[in-house]
Design a protein around this ligand. Sequence first.
Ligand SMILES: Cc1ncc(COP(=O)(O)O)c(C=O)c1O
Length: 396
Amino acid sequence: MSNIFEEDKKYVLNVYRRDKLKITEGRGSYLYDEDGNKYLDMYSGIAVNNLGLSNPEVLSRIASQASKFIHLSNYFVSEPTVKLAKLLVESSFASKVFFTNSGAEANEAAIKLARKFGKELNRNKIEILTAYNSFHGRTCGSLTLTGQKKYQNDFQPLLSGVGHFIFNDIISLREKVNENTCAVFLEMIQGEGGIKEATQEFIDTLVELANKYNFLIIVDEIQTGLGRVGDLFAYEKYEFTPHIVTLAKSLGGGIPLGAMLVNEQISEVLQHGDHGSTFGGNSLACAAGEYILATVNKNGFKKEVKNKSRYIFNKVYELRGKFPKIIKEVRGRGLMIGIDVGDYAKEIKTKGIERKLLLNITNKTVVRLLPALTISFGEIDEFLSKFKLILQDINE
Ligand SMILES: Cc1ncc(COP(=O)(O)O)c(C=O)c1O
């Protein structure tokens, strides 16, 4: 009998570290393995399956669209694509949308738009800035934005004209921007960087500098967007409006889909032939996306995310009180929560699998919770009681 793990190693390029679980099915907040074991999934495909796995309405939208056509070339307009673009515009600051297949590609599109925007104003206005410890993707352009040497070192030289500032450090930001800056990319909460949130003071300074030097503020909401933090977008809390927002992850309901939302001022910068993608705005993905966005927009949905968030935070703070040696800090917003457990992270993840609890670790020390936004209070209690048992185990 062939072994899927051996064949994976043999035939698939070895860039991922796999968990030794053979998942055969997913329903709601649970994944099932080939032996019928049921695992509570606390990171939903890294913030992709936001309405739970195998959501019946998502399946039905996909099936209905697939029965008409799966793909049309971008020589034709496609109804689901236009409908999703319209809904994104009506739900946000944006005036127009460009669709991609991933987060990295959405950021690539934003890099191109920012460069053209800058060059049209001044030949040298091509400098892009992002934060150290950020994550914006792994294609060469987006990897240049990603301010982490560990991802970049083996792939130099990367894109020129990209600099980095220290996240939440006003002095560092002021030192780096000037009249040649065309854009600053920022995550409102650094996700891969360990769930670290931008301060109001930092954003106020960024907005002040953007007005002074006329550069674009590009907010990467690929992980934080679409209801994850209890608002449609994480930037809303700071009371400013970005020029561009990039999205992906949950947007296509599990089908690859990304988007770049742009405001009216810059909606004509990219013209015919300036950019494109064979699959970008794929009809199947957009049909799912329309349902995802409409659901998050529904009355009460985001409020419920906030209620669940408050409940988890309170309980995890209690656990921090009981296990101060293990839990160093709890950070985040909505259902994007980081529990810093220092060197215990790996052990906690392993013990989680033994207890049929799937946990994600980011930035080496942080248990990152990104459950389905549809997780029930009962399922949250299941997580909390299993997590407590793991902490007790380690504490003994
Ligand atoms: C904030 C952020 N930006 C960009 C990306 C890249 O997205 P993708 O993996 O779809 O290219 C990610 C992925 O984790 C992300 O979290």
